[in-house]
Write a protein of this length. Sequence first.
Length: 70
Amino acid sequence: MAKTLTGKYGSANAALNAHEDLIDTGYPSEKVFLDRDKSEVKVITSDDGEREAREILGRHQPAEITENPA
């Protein structure tokens, strides 16, 4: 089942770094979204990729990570 993970960051730079990290790791750009105004990164992932996506989002010290069905 696909889900959307959203990392909420304290700055647009932290969100940008998380976004670039996800892309560099191999997540397709059409499944990773950066909202600079809200300092958020959203990634659509499967159950199999959730752990890795959470780890990558967490590397950049988000204020929180939320989960919603995709």
